[in-house]
Design a protein around this ligand. Structure first.
Ligand SMILES: C[S@@+](CC[C@H](N)C(=O)[O-])C[C@H]1O[C@@H](n2cnc3c(N)ncnc32)[C@H](O)[C@@H]1O
Length: 282
């Protein structure tokens, strides 16, 4: 089996995060799957122990990344006139539904591996939520050519309009060299638009962080549950910015969502942040 074909093992994790978004009132009930509810229940003793024992709140960490990406996307739409969004590795995220409801002029293209894309299309279609402005399509970030490649995905966009591309919950499933090759191809595609920016989250390798050992244990668990690895990338904000610049992004901002959690509608964070959100412009 090639490395490309093997990334399908990641897809089940989307059911868990989908359930977390629903629990925190970010998603309607249609986004809940039985598997997502089951895995959430199965992991709840571990989440509880991490919260009580190590002050590590897994759901808050997920919400920090999700809401910071929402905040950056809102600013891109309201302040910079972005009219088209592509959410790659969309899984069961409700963001497309929320943003197309809030901004009726927005065109939103969700994309994921073929099986997950079909599932999402079925889910949204059954509710009557799909149309010319909100679509779902198959993509494989590892495909360098063909129907599922980035080039084919971008060919469906309007090259005259600014665009935002999002990935969430994706990059740390891949070794750095592989994900950097995706970023380099993405930056190249984004240069074809009057404004092209990329929003993603990333879990860096913060060895000095007081919760580093617990984080390593947590990511080891994610790796075992998804039958793969979950490598941490870069060891500082500066290293993140340099990495994205090497991939061809011209301007890079790194956000620590824990710094201003109340502005995102979250409880203030006691511990230093473990997740970063990156806004990179091509
Ligand atoms: C942890 S889920 C995140 C889903 C969603 N973004 C969220 O935050 O709830 C990871 C997603 O990455 C998708 N994925 C895995 N490998 C991929 C690839 N090579 N190309 C595109 N998507 C991929 C999976 O199918 C899955 O939906």
């Amino acid at each position: 089996m090639t490395e490309r074909a093997s990334s399908a093992h990641i897809s089940p994790s989307a059911h868990y995060t989908g359930y977390v978004w629903y629990r925190h009132r970010l998603a309607e009930p249609a986004f809940v799957t039985g598997f997502g509810r089951f895995v959430h229940g199965l992991l709840s003793p571990i989440s509880w122990a991490a919260r009580v024992g190590f002050d590590l709140d897994i759901e808050q960490l997920l919400l920090q990344r999700h809401l910071q990406i929402d905040a950056q996307l809102t600013a891109a739409i309201e302040q910079d006139g972005v009219t088209q969004v592509v959410e790659i590795a969309c899984g069961l995220s409700p963001r497309g539904r929320r943003f197309t409801t809030r901004y009726p002029q927005l065109r939103y293209l969700e994309a994921d591996l073929p099986a997950m894309a079909a599932r999402k299309r079925g889910l949204l279609g059954a509710q009557g939520w799909l149309g010319a402005r909100h679509r779902v399509r198959a993509v494989d970030i590892l495909a360098e050519q063909g129907e599922q490649s980035l080039a084919a995905l971008f060919a469906e966009l309007d090259p005259e309009q600014p665009v935002v591309v999002i990935t969430e919950g994706l990059v740390n499933y891949f070794p750095l060299a592989l994900i950097e090759s995706f970023w380099a191809r993405l930056a190249e595609q984004l240069r074809g638009f009057p404004q092209g920016r990329y929003l993603t989250e990333l879990y860096p390798d913060l060895k000095e962080h007081p919760r580093y050992r617990q984080l390593r244990w947590g990511v080891g668990l994610i790796g075992r549950l998804t039958r793969g690895d979950y490598p941490l990338h870069y060891s500082s904000n500066e290293a993140i910015a340099e990495g994205f610049q090497r991939c061809g992004f011209r301007q890079v901002q790194v956000f620590d969502p824990s710094r201003d959690a109340p502005a995102l509608g979250l409880a203030p964070s006691r511990a230093a942040g473990l997740v970063r959100v990156i806004e990179a412009r091509a």
